[in-house]
Write a protein that binds this ligand. Structure first.
Ligand code: AMP
Length: 344
């Protein structure tokens, strides 16, 4: 991983470090030698609002029907390797309680999952190309997601860290209206919303600190073909930083004064990349939240690495199958291997 600009540059100079963007008072943590002690349930909370899905996945060699997916569960499970997570989403009567249990057992507060008794859970199906990087959406059945109006439980409304995972920008905006005083708000988006609900997306971009999106989506959103230029253009739309995911080529963090890049962890057996983007974001935000919000350049770079490492496990099997086999020490081991691979 390389930083194009010094992480700890002179704050009065051209390249101000990232944490300068977040005044200390706003971040709510002390960067001095006397760190403020913050308890998890008041100000260390990480909230995710997003889709909950039954996915049908086709790869060149296999197919799985109606497996657990959705941006919120992938994010929440990945983030909960690092800190407790509060999850908000909607499901139908076909929701299996064993999934709630799986999330709860991994440190996810599921009281924000709304069950619509006469509805059906959102369904998405996708088919991967031979390269296992590109995919086509075969079908989207919005079902209960189509009329989802998020209602955040009272104790979720003061979350310090918020991730608005892939879903309609209007849903994200409705969730934001219920959140008070968050220190860091990051959103994800995709081509569907860029093409179909642009004015809602523009309104959302003005209210978030960071945006996470794919390389093709960054180009689509801005009309710029160079990713740095595209990311810088997005900075003019509202966010203070942009994280561009480049699939098997890693990810890039861009703020006004910094660029950090991280390669993907080389995985020799990619079984199902679904959810990699959400898991990347989960690992990244979970790590930031676990660091008590210390948003300096080193934390951002480590967060990108943890996001990369967590996602690299998820793609080794379908749905949550690989995640269920690993724990934090597996993540640390792979992180060390990654460090040896990339240090120079
Ligand atoms: P990723 O591979 O990180 O892009 O995430 C894939 C997940 O996003 C799948 O589990 C899908 O259920 C979910 N998904 C696909 N399309 C949508 C959509 N339009 N809104 C919300 N979630 C979606």
């Amino acid at each position: 991983m390389a930083s194009h600009f010094p992480a700890k540059a002179n704050t009065s100079g051209l390249f101000r470090p990232f944490w300068y963007i977040f005044p200390r008072e706003r971040v709510g943590v002390s960067l001095s030698v006397h760190p403020v002690s913050i308890s998890f349930h008041t100000s260390m909370s990480l909230l995710v609002v997003g889709s909950i899905a039954y996915d049908t996945i086709e790869t060149p060699t296999a197919r799985r029907e109606n497996v657990l997916g959705g941006s919120a569960p992938f994010f929440a499970y990945a983030a909960s390797f690092f800190c407790p997570v509060q999850m908000v989403g909607v499901v139908g009567a076909d929701w299996l309680p064993e999934y709630t249990e799986m999330l709860q057992n991994h440190g996810v507060d599921t009281t924000g999952i709304e069950i619509v008794p006469d509805g059906k859970t959102f369904r998405w199906s996708g088919k991967y190309h031979q390269n296992m990087n590109d995919r086509d959406t075969l079908e989207t059945q919005l079902n209960v997601l189509g009329s989802f109006e998020p209602k955040l439980p009272e104790n979720f409304r003061r979350a310090q860290f918020v991730f608005l995972a892939n879903g309609a920008p209007s849903t994200a905006l409705a969730a934001l209206d219920q959140i008070q005083g968050a220190d860091l708000i990051v959103a994800d988006t995709m081509d569907l919303w860029i093409n179909n609900t642009r004015s809602d997306l523009d309104a959302l971009l003005k209210r978030v600190d960071g945006l996470v999106l794919n390389d093709s989506e960054a180009k689509m959103l801005t009309g710029e073909m160079n990713l740095i230029t595209a990311a810088r253009r997005i900075l003019t739309m509202g966010p203070k930083f942009v994280i561009v995911k480049k699939g098997e080529h890693g990810a890039m963090f861009v703020s006004e004064y910094e660029i950090y890049v991280v390669s993907a962890f080389p995985v020799d057996k990619v079984v199902d990349p679904t959810g990699a983007g959400d898991s990347f974001a989960g690992g990244m935000m979970g790590y930031i939240a676990s660091r008590q919000g210390t948003l300096d350049g080193d934390t951002i770079k480590n967060a990108l690495v943890y996001g990369t490492i967590v996602a690299s496990f998820g793609i080794e099997d379908f749905s949550f199958d690989r995640y269920k086999q690993i724990n934090r020490s597996n993540i640390e081991e792979r992180r060390e291997t990654f460090q040896e691979m990339t240090a120079f």
